[in-house]
Design a protein around this ligand. Structure first.
Ligand SMILES: [Ca+2]
Ligand SMILES: [Ca+2]
Length: 465
């Protein structure tokens, strides 16, 4: 199998992780002689296509067709996804999750109700992932359902074959992180390699391959002559041709072509990425050892010094930003209930950068991670923090952002965290998220925001260019 040089190590690594039975003829094993149905009794076709996804995200939807000649119904579907964060959705009665399968990150769908298996001759769609990154070829695996063999009384029951020896594999389109080298020649070299790959596996017809390859080659020559405008024309022509190709070709080549155009300085509009929190909770001096991490609200109020903690997955932020620059980062909170007691001219909330680590289900007034959050005692051998009293506060003294709350305010409150997100990404500040509190916790003024357990979760809106 030929793979582009830049992709070779990854493909080989993926092949090693997911099993390489699809690359080489299967050697007979002792397992083949046991009466369990073998993997080759399942014949499936997996189709991938792009689906709309917000901002900078890529949405992929997979269709699983079980061949009429199969002797098994399909019941497990795995696609290699080499990303720290992505969303997985599945068809009805299939459980979809981010999983580690044989030490390999993978989107994993498993039927949870026998009625939903994909019978021979049937097709099921709706296996979806949403992620920020770029598409590339990945391996998938599908395992069939089989009844255990009948066993006579006294006969030894044989161990069923594992997923890895009793599943079939193939190549489809997945999402991977942005490439580390985004210089124009590296990006075009990647695009040329992916185009060749799409042609090799039959996602692009030989006739169309010539046109696509010619466009990328023209762009590479233009870059060699420092003619970025000419290079952009080549890639624009490439993208025009990609429209109308097979679903897999579009899924693989469209995002990569668009990425190349961006890296060639197309001056296109900035893109926007939206992230859900990795953790949120609120703490209160009135119940100093109680955790509120699973509540559907994030409360800020003076009585009991209720303060909100929130943080995002830095790897997910980095994946959105890729090789570009954050031009804006807004923390958006949706008001679930405004107690409308902010006085005639309103009162302010301050958002501070936290400087100590904490966990969503362990954070209390007393510490960042109570080891026994279910009891009324502080169990904080290593994570105590000084939310009041003596000691250094676990947040940066100068607030990152301040917002005025007023009676009657409803909807979304936005806090500008661009400087902090940039500092977190650049490593000049450790990322423990933020604390939101009343500037002056004396006078009245209370508000509940939706937590990530609610329908109006906080979000981090990133604009990158
Ligand atoms: Ca929470
Ligand atoms: Ca405790």
């Amino acid at each position: 199998m030929w793979v582009p040089r830049s992709m070779g190590p990854r493909i080989v690594r993926i092949a090693a992780l997911l099993g390489v039975a699809w690359l080489v003829p299967r050697a007979g094993t002792a397992q083949d002689s046991i009466p369990w149905p073998r993997a080759d009794r399942l014949a499936v076709v997996v189709r991938a296509r792009l689906v709309p996804a917000g901002g900078d995200s890529i949405g992929l939807s997979y269709e699983l067709a079980n061949g009429g000649a199969s002797e098994q119904a399909a019941m497990t579907f795995v696609v290699r996804i080499d990303l720290p964060a992505y969303r997985v959705a599945g068809p009805a009665l299939w459980w979809g999750s981010n999983a580690v399968v044989q030490d390999s990150a993978a989107a994993h769908w498993f039927v949870v109700d026998g009625r939903a298996v994909v019978q021979p001759g049937a097709t099921l769609s709706g296996f979806q992932i949403t992620a920020v990154g770029l598409t590339e070829p990945v391996l998938y695996r599908v395992q069939g359902f089989h009844q255990p063999p009948a066993v006579a009384e006294g006969e030894l029951v044989q161990t069923p074959p594992s997923f890895w020896t009793n599943s079939i594999a193939g190549i489809s389109v997945g999402v991977a992180p942005f490439p580390p080298d985004s210089a124009p020649d590296a990006v075009l070299s990647r695009l040329a390699a992916l185009t060749t790959r799409a042609c090799d596996v039959g996602w692009v017809t030989p006739a169309a391959c010539g046109g696509l390859t010619g466009d990328v080659e023209a762009a590479r020559q233009a870059v060699g002559q420092a003619d970025l405008s000419g290079a952009r024309s080549g890639i624009q022509s490439f993208l025009n041709q990609v429209n109308g190709l097979s679903d897999e070709a579009m899924a693989l080549l469209k995002p990569n072509g668009a990425f190349a155009l961006r890296q060639l300085g197309s001056g296109g509009p900035p893109s926007i990425g939206i992230l859900d929190p990795a953790g949120d909770t609120y703490i209160r001096s009135g119940n100093p050892n109680q955790n509120q991490g699973t509540e559907s609200i994030l409360r800020v109020r003076p009585d009991g010094d209720n303060r909100t903690l929130i943080r995002f997955d830095q790897a997910a932020v980095a994946a959105v930003v890729g090789t570009r620059t954050v031009t804006s980062a807004q923390l958006e909170l949706t008001i679930a209930e405004n107690f409308d007691n902010w006085g005639p001219s309103g009162r302010t909330l301050d958002l501070h950068r936290l400087t100590q680590s904490w966990t969503e289900t362990g954070a209390t007034w007393s510490c960042g991670d109570d080891l026994e959050p279910g009891d009324p005692n502080p169990d904080c051998p290593a994570t105590a923090w000084a939310m009041d009293g003596s000691g250094t506060r676990p947040w940066a003294a100068s607030p990152t952002a301040t917002v005025l709350m007023t009676n009657g305010a409803r909807g979304v409150v936005a806090l500008d965290v661009t400087a902090d997100v940039t500092a977190y990404l650049g490593g000049s500040a450790a990322d423990f998220g933020w604390l939101l509190k009343r500037t002056d916790e004396g006078p009245s003024g209370a508000v509940d925001f939706g937590s990530r357990e609610s329908a109006t979760a906080p979000r981090l809106v990133l604009t990158v260019q």
